[in-house]
Design a protein around this ligand. Structure first.
Ligand SMILES: Cc1cc2nc3c(=O)[nH]c(=O)nc-3n(C[C@H](O)[C@H](O)[C@H](O)COP(=O)(O)O)c2cc1C
Length: 335
């Protein structure tokens, strides 16, 4: 790939990263991303984490399946072996993902035992080595999602050192979940809420590393909040739970307000109708409606009929033969 093409792709994806939907295991699967893409054509979407052992040793290539209409999509990898991560990154880039992201933020026990995720905040040289190996293997951007520290680390000491070492090998974009992970005594779920948020340190890192593209993650509940962080000088905002639970509320203004583009759909009903051919194809090929509709339950949150929409789908989606007719029936509860 020519240098010009490479740098054009990188700047396009950096632009998309102004607003991204966070990687979330069991949530941001391909169906969820297809649905989110109908709401925002421009936000950068992340996969669930896929581990490098699963791809390289387990050859679980089905984990990379996606629909090209989801693009731009970044593949998040978990791992800590540079050679294996490089191979996994190459498999991901060859599959068409536009970015490879390394998970340095996930605190779960399973992940710690494999020495990856947030525990890697303790080993910036190893993260740098992993990223250097991945950068050498692919021509798409390699990025990192990290925490501000773990356990008793002092973020103001550890985070600048981490960003310096990892950017020295060529990583220029980071998403920072603005709280520590406590690796002992808190569940992964608690680790998303209990350690306090520290947005100021992410702002300070932007002052200290103006050349890096820094996205802030953690606790951003609305698009207005996200825009405030962008106006305050951050390069990007990554939204997780709020985007999943209230996809229309949080994502529908993104194309106009973040990217200056026209939104593809004007109402949540339109988005749901635009999902029908996708749902039909999935169900016809043997898939279950519930695998898709579970991601759509929150699309009418705050609107009249939202509760009935959820109920009709939740009660019916697991039944044999459930398909687009059930979605139409749920929609009729809103009219
Ligand atoms: C169900 C769930 C699964 C998650 N899985 C991942 C993951 O695979 N990789 C990752 O880096 N973070 C994962 N996270 C963390 C999110 O990416 C994000 O950092 C966190 O939820 C904070 O952002 P928020 O407050 O906007 O949700 C997960 C979060 C949730 C709720």
């Amino acid at each position: 790939m020519g240098k010009l093409v490479k740098s054009t792709i990188k700047s396009d994806i950096n632009h998309s990263a102004r607003l991204s939907v966070a990687p979330m295991m069991d949530w941001t699967d391909r169906h969820c991303r297809y649905f989110h893409r109908l709401i925002s054509q421009h936000a950068l979407l992340y996969t669930e984490m896929v581990t490098s052992p699963a791809l390289v040793r387990g050859r679980a290539l089905h984990l990379l399946d996606y629909n090209p209409e989801e693009q731009p999509v970044a593949l998040q990898l978990g791992g800590s072996d540079p050679v294996e991560l490089a191979e996994a990154a190459k498999i991901g880039a060859d599959a068409g993902y536009c970015e490879i992201n390394l998970n340095v933020g996930c605190p779960s026990d399973r992940v710690q035992s494999g020495t990856f995720g947030a525990v890697l905040m303790r080993d910036a040289p190893l993260v740098a080595e992993c990223c250097a190996a991945m950068i050498a293997a692919v021509s798409v951007p390699v990025t990192v999602k990290c925490r501000i520290g773990v356990d008793d680390q002092e973020p103001q000491d550890v985070l600048p050192d981490f960003l310096q070492r990892v950017s020295d090998v060529g990583v220029s974009r980071f998403a920072v979940h603005a709280r520590k992970a406590w690796l002992k005594g808190l569940s992964p779920k608690e680790n998303r809420d209990i350690p306090p948020l520290d947005y100021a340190i992410v702002q300070a890192m932007k002052q200290q590393f103006p050349e890096l593209h820094l996205s802030l993650n953690g606790g951003v509940a609305t698009l207005d909040d996200a825009l405030q962080h962008l106006e305050a000088g951050l390069d990007g905002v990554m939204i997780g739970r709020a985007a999943y639970h209230q996809p229309w509320e949080v994502l529908h203004g993104v194309d106009a307000r973040v990217f200056g583009a026209e939104a593809a759909h004007k109402t949540p009903q339109e988005v749901v109708r635009a999902m029908l051919p996708y749902i039909d194809a999935h169900v016809t090929s043997g898939g279950k409606l519930g695998q898709i509709s579970k991601h759509m339950l929150g699309v009418f949150t705050g609107r009249p009929g939202a509760r009935a929409w959820r109920r009709v789908l939740s009660e019916g989606a697991h039944k044999p033969m459930a398909g687009t007719a059930l979605v139409e029936a749920a929609l009729s509860e809103l009219d």
